[in-house]
Design a protein around this ligand. Structure first.
Ligand code: IPE
Ligand code: IPE
Ligand code: MG
Length: 246
């Protein structure tokens, strides 16, 4: 990178917020305590993105597989989501954050769904930071849902099957209105995608940190951005081609 130029800022960051349970277990506290602490890191990540001018932040809060955890943990997470919605939405709105929930929301209790819908409606016109919370989300579900919706368009005569291409399928995916994910971060030390965004991370830079999610602060995120700025994104080209174009 040209040292004279400003560091490249990712337009869209996606984070697998992992490590809450281990953070709590190390302190001999229930896993739900780690989830509660993790909310501070969510706030820190949102503030960081607002400060740095990141356009979109997508957080993996609850995967379609997480329903299989002990019922007490799932219940505690649902209570946390409810309380967080009541507590945080107004401030996010004042800060110009647009909140969207992505995933199969039909599985949630009506009162939680209503809170999610209200938050989306209230903040829908904000444009400073697009905050997406993935809940009951799975990357394979997203692909299947996009295929299902495209098939419905074909059945209705609005799309021809032979016209299905990467470009015509793209609008059916979650987050289609946002730039592709530039930087994919996973905290907690595991190096896997765990069925988070699949289609959307095709050319994302991957960044893994040992930091457990409740320990994540602006310094950890600044480290990820510094590493991102050092990467050369080639999109299949050669390094010489990239340098010649810049
Ligand atoms: C991530 O932390 C939060 C959710 C999956 C809801 P974990 O709860 O997976 O924490 P670890 O991986 O067990 O430490
Ligand atoms: C991924 O973390 C899901 C979220 C962070 C919401 P998990 O802890 O569920 O992932 P695995 O089970 O270690 O792959
Ligand atoms: Mg985990």
């Amino acid at each position: 990178m040209d040292p004279e130029s400003a560091p490249r800022i990712p337009r869209h960051i996606a984070i697998v917020m992992d490590g809450n349970g281990r953070w709590a277990e190390r302190r001999r506290r229930p896993r739900s305590f780690g989830h509660r602490e993790g909310q501070k890191a969510v706030r820190a990540a949102v503030e960081f993105c607002l400060r740095r001018g990141v356009e979109a932040l997508t957080l993996f809060a609850f995967s379609s597989e997480n329903w299989n955890r002990p019922q007490s943990e799932v219940g505690a997470l649902m209570q946390l989501f409810l309380k967080a919605l009541d507590r945080e939405v107004d401030e996010l709105h004042e800060n110009g954050v647009r909140i969207a929930f992505v995933g199969d929301l039909s599985a949630f209790q009506p009162e939680l769904r209503e809170r999610m819908q209200n938050a989306m409606t209230k903040t829908g016109a904000n444009a400073k930071l697009k905050l997406n919370i993935a809940v009951n989300y799975g990357g394979r579900w997203d692909i299947a849902d996009a295929a299902r919706r495209a098939a419905l368009e074909v059945a209705a005569g609005r799309l021809r099957a032979e016209d299905i291409t990467e470009q015509s399928l793209a609008p059916f995916f979650c987050l289609a209105d946002l730039p592709a994910v530039d930087l994919f971060i996973r905290t907690g030390g595991e190096q896997r995608i765990s069925n988070f965004l699949l289609w959307q991370v095709a050319y994302a830079e991957l960044y893994f940190t040992e930091a457990l999610w409740p320990d994540v602060d602006a310094d950890v995120l600044a480290g990820a951005l510094a590493e991102f700025a050092r990467r050369e994104r080639r999109y299949g080209l050669t390094s010489a081609q990239i340098k010649a174009a810049s």
